[in-house]
Ligand binder design. Structure first.
Ligand SMILES: Cc1ncc(C[n+]2csc(CCOP(=O)(O)OP(=O)(O)O)c2C)c(N)n1
Ligand SMILES: [Mg+2]
Length: 322
């Protein structure tokens, strides 16, 4: 499958949009007005961008504590994202969830659950509903490498495989659960063997390569609808601390060589290199694009700061079941 020039540019723009938004959140966070912990995805953008390129608004996603990029890539509202971070009524959960609870029915981002592995069975339930309703959608379940250590992960894969549900499991393996590496947690356990043994198709992508992830997501979506569950497994890397706006490389829980390896594999740099090679990258245009995203985001922050938080009275009257 060939990706045309326009699509290549779209990929780069989407990676960049998410990077800039997360960078600006990191800057703003230091002003201590965002009223929640934040888990940023800087460095990990290729997975949500590649996967989302094959999804429609009607397809469903569920996410984790590190959910901003998933929400943005699914077409979520930037104003609603910021509103949620500032605890405002305009937020995706009216400002009472915070960064780890992006939820927006308008784009079928159904849940973000910070209990590790917690959103996996929700995504499986959605897959089951799609199957029963015979609608041609998929349920995408994003999770980190640590979620594969939870009991519910195994139960969910088992049920999805048994019922042949239209689910794309997406494992974003950034090697770490907070400060602890995959090897320290479960030695040389082979995730590929494990997932295949559960009768779920396994597709590994190239590291941080948005085009490859896009192409493989197309295959995954087709498989999920026709044959049942599939797992996209993608190695990637976060640049900042597990939770918060800072770099924590001074703590030395990650080897220097490893950090250097991943910085050379930056998803945006990789894409720019490719576009330069086929001569469709223009420095000036790209800079203009970056500046306009940054400007829009900052003005949205300023606007949000001047809006209201949910009143106690309204909070008491909220009916979630509606
Ligand atoms: C069941 C459970 N155990 C522990 C935690 C504390 N915790 C929050 S995030 C996290 C790390 C999760 O790592 P991973 O799933 O790989 O996602 P990443 O943060 O790397 O994106 C942990 C252990 C939790 N939220 N839930
Ligand atoms: Mg991880």
């Amino acid at each position: 499958m060939k990706i045309n020039k326009l699509e290549k540019l779209k990929n780069l723009h989407e990676l960049t949009r998410i990077r800039i938004i997360e960078e600006e959140i990191a800057k703003e966070y230091k002003n201590q007005e965002m009223r929640c912990p934040v888990h940023l995805s800087i460095g990990q953008e290729a997975v949500p961008v590649g996967v989302s390129r094959v999804l429609t608004k009607k397809d469903y996603i569920v996410s984790t504590h590190r959910c901003h990029a998933h929400y943005i890539a699914k077409g979520g509202s930037i104003d609603a994202l910021i509103g949620e971070l500032y605890g405002k009524e305009s937020g995706t959960c009216k400002g009472i969830g915070g960064s780890m609870h992006m939820y927006d029915k308008k784009v079928n981002h159904i849940a973000s659950v910070p209990i590790v592995g917690g959103s996996i069975p929700i995504g499986v339930g959605i897959g089951y509903a799609i199957k029963i309703n015979k609608s041609k959608q998929v349920s995408v379940i994003y999770f980190g490498d640590a979620a594969t250590e939870e009991g519910v992960f195994f139960e969910s894969l088992h049920f999805a495989a048994l019922k042949k549900l239209p689910i794309i499991f997406v494992c974003e393996d950034n090697k770490y659960s907070v400060y602890t590496s995959r090897y320290e947690r479960h030695g040389k356990r082979d995730i590929k063997k494990l997932i295949k043994s559960m009768d779920v198709k396994f597709i590994e992508t190239k590291e941080n390569d948005v085009e490859d992830i896009y192409k493989k997501s197309l295959i995954a979506k087709k498989h999920a609808i026709l044959n049942g569950p599939v797992c996209i497994y993608s190695k990637t890397y976060r640049y900042l601390e597990h939770c918060g706006p800072n770099n924590d490389d001074n703590l030395e829980y990650r080897p220097k060589k490893e950090i250097e390896y991943w910085l050379k594999k930056d998803p945006i740099e990789l894409e720019i290199k490719k576009l330069k090679k086929i001569k469709i990258f223009n420095d000036e245009e790209y800079l203009t694009f970056c500046n306009s995203i940054r400007r829009k985001f900052i003005s949205s922050i300023i606007k949000t700061k001047n809006t209201k938080s949910l009143s106690i009275k309204k909070l008491e009257n909220l009916e979630y079941a509606k």
